[in-house]
Write a protein that binds this ligand. Sequence first.
Ligand SMILES: CC(C)(COP(=O)(O)OP(=O)(O)OC[C@H]1O[C@@H](n2cnc3c(N)ncnc32)[C@H](O)[C@@H]1OP(=O)(O)O)[C@@H](O)C(=O)NCCC(=O)NCCS
Length: 373
Amino acid sequence: MPTAVISGSGLWKPQEYVTNEELVIAYNAYAQRYNKENAQAIERGEVAEKPLSSAEFIEKASGIKRRYTYCKEGILDVDRMRPKIPPRADDELSHQAEMAVRAARDAMDAAGKSAADIAMVVVSCAYTQRAYPAIAIEVQQALGIQGFGFDMLVACSAATFALHRAYDAVAAGSADCVLVINPELTTPQVNFTDRDGHFIFGDVSTAAIMERADTCTSVHSYEVLSTQALTQYSNNIRSNFGYLSYAEDAQPFADDKLFRQNGRKVFKEVCPMAAEHLTQQVEKAGVAVSDVKRWWLHQANINMNELIARRLLGRDPEFLEAPIVLDEYANTASAGSMIAFHLYNKDLQPGDLGVICSFGAGYSIGSLVVKKR
Ligand SMILES: CC(C)(COP(=O)(O)OP(=O)(O)OC[C@H]1O[C@@H](n2cnc3c(N)ncnc32)[C@H](O)[C@@H]1OP(=O)(O)O)[C@@H](O)C(=O)NCCC(=O)NCCS
């Protein structure tokens, strides 16, 4: 069976970003106006008053200071409260494919791969902007790649689950070199009028190349020692957006069609699941937790990451043991652990061990134990 390696990673971030302070000013203005307009109904108990948000709370509760936005216009406009993305014609590169292509080129450069080397393209993320044709096939065409491509949706675990598929394909010999891309265009699914969730997400795109070890020429490459995936059904993180709205005569943009969660329950249920999964996963790979040099964890909430790292290590982690990128990027769905990997892997030495791990909606948990070559 061929050895599979991650031979390069890529990252593309938008130029625009929104700080907590900007977000809170817009949200609070919206909430105050809403409360004024609905004062009588609120008084009668028919409508719930909108509580105010605070930048201090956001940073303390999540570790987030700002988030990149693919399109900032509209998000801070109290008359709109959502991005205003100009539509593109069918014969133009779609927004999400453009994000994907940018990160893909970065990963291909890092791995020293051209389009001719790649046999399979997986676009895997929390949302795709349309059902078909697959964004992956559009990306494949834009990059001039032969072979085949497909899209995958696994919410926050989309990147690790796609790397599993890439690993399986390389190991089985069905594709010698796979391009995995996570164009996380999340802000169009954020309810910016919801105090509890308006701060959570940002937009970014990550990519990685998985190939056979014997074709790898990259300076920084990681052998995949083992992969593991786990899912357990939960409604605590949910979006009902989907094509049935048309047939159900449902409002396609109602609150339940956007991201919503029971954050407290997610926190309580997912942290132990993730710590347990990771402990078993490294054991399965024949590695002691104390031998793992770096944990590239999913980035949803700093308190979650610290708790999981503490459960694993039995102490607080040093920054480089479990790097955090939330302050700059916020939660970028599946891209979070890949941003951490991309930014913090080049200092590792041959033989050093690391774990890439995601956890989130589904619930879903995915991980890969890797060794620097
Ligand atoms: C979402 C999350 C950051 C909220 O943090 P939390 O500490 O659980 O906050 P709570 O919702 O319990 O609220 C705590 C208090 O802050 C208040 N609060 C909530 N949002 C606020 C905001 N934006 N601004 C100010 N205060 C806020 C609440 O009203 C509550 O006040 P109370 O104690 O008087 O009732 C946190 O639950 C979380 O990260 N969960 C993990 C799930 C996750 O990140 N999922 C993403 C998808 S993977």
